[in-house]
Design a protein around this ligand. Structure first.
Ligand SMILES: [Zn+2]
Length: 236
């Protein structure tokens, strides 16, 4: 017991709460893979988010208000959002259902990539995925191979303490961000790609899948449609 306490104290002082971010990443993995009951997952989520918030401020995070949100695809504007925002379907979605959920509480933002090589056909360069908000990178999926059932592919999640919500960025070809990174709006998280069960299929045009989960009074996340925010950010 004493050994454990010493270890816990030491970890906290060395990492400034880094452990809670690592714990969150593990929780997200367990939810994704259906390895944890809904009850336990919700309890852990409620406990960890306030700790992650503390981690943000303890490690130099600076509040960025909603009006300063940045469009997530560098070099693109709001017109690249699929179906003028009508791709957002939150009905029946439960964050704690993980990879099983079939709703699409998200927006797909498409790049010019007819030959599906992840590279912009016009600029011949990869397309940067930028963080919309400030926050902490709390989950990263770096490994994905064709044949995997994982639909998000290579992805990362950023917790924004200002709006109290989670941004997920899916189907990346390369994830630059690391667990515990403190980001501001516009920081590059990774590159647009085609990873993920359906996104990899030839029928799917290359896109970023971005979702936002607002954390409610009860401490639990629910999808919120940020289409208007993306349009505003994607006009400038
Ligand atoms: Zn999508």
């Amino acid at each position: 017991m004493i050994k454990y306490l010493l270890f816990a104290l030491l970890s906290l002082s060395v990492t400034g709460g880094f452990i809670s971010v690592v714990d969150y990443d593990e929780l997200q993995g367990n939810i994704r893979e259906g390895k944890i009951s809904k009850d336990s997952a919700q309890r852990a989520f409620r406990r960890l988010i306030p700790e992650v918030k503390t981690y943000f401020y303890d490690n130099g995070g600076i509040d960025a208000p909603r009006e300063t949100w940045v469009f997530p695809l560098q070099g693109y504007d709001y017109k690249s959002i699929g179906d003028g925002g009508r791709g957002y379907v939150s009905r029946g979605f439960d964050f704690f259902d993980g990879n099983r959920s079939t709703a699409h509480p998200a927006h797909d933002i498409f790049i010019r990539d007819n030959d599906q090589d992840d590279v912009d056909d016009v600029t011949q360069a990869n397309v940067n995925i930028r963080s919309v908000s400030c926050g902490v990178v709390i989950s990263v999926v770096r490994d994905w191979e064709p044949g995997s059932e994982l639909r998000g592919g290579k992805s990362c999640v950023v917790y924004d303490p200002v709006s109290n919500g989670l941004f997920a960025y899916a189907h990346q070809s390369f994830v630059f961000s690391n667990i515990g990174d403190i980001v501001k709006p516009g920081d590059v998280l990774g590159l647009v790609g085609r990873t993920g069960k359906n996104a990899f299929a030839p029928r799917s045009p290359t896109h970023l899948h971005i979702s936002y989960m607002k954390i409610g009074e009860d401490g639990l996340p629910r999808p919120e449609n940020i289409y208007q925010d993306l349009v505003r950010a994607g006009r400038e």
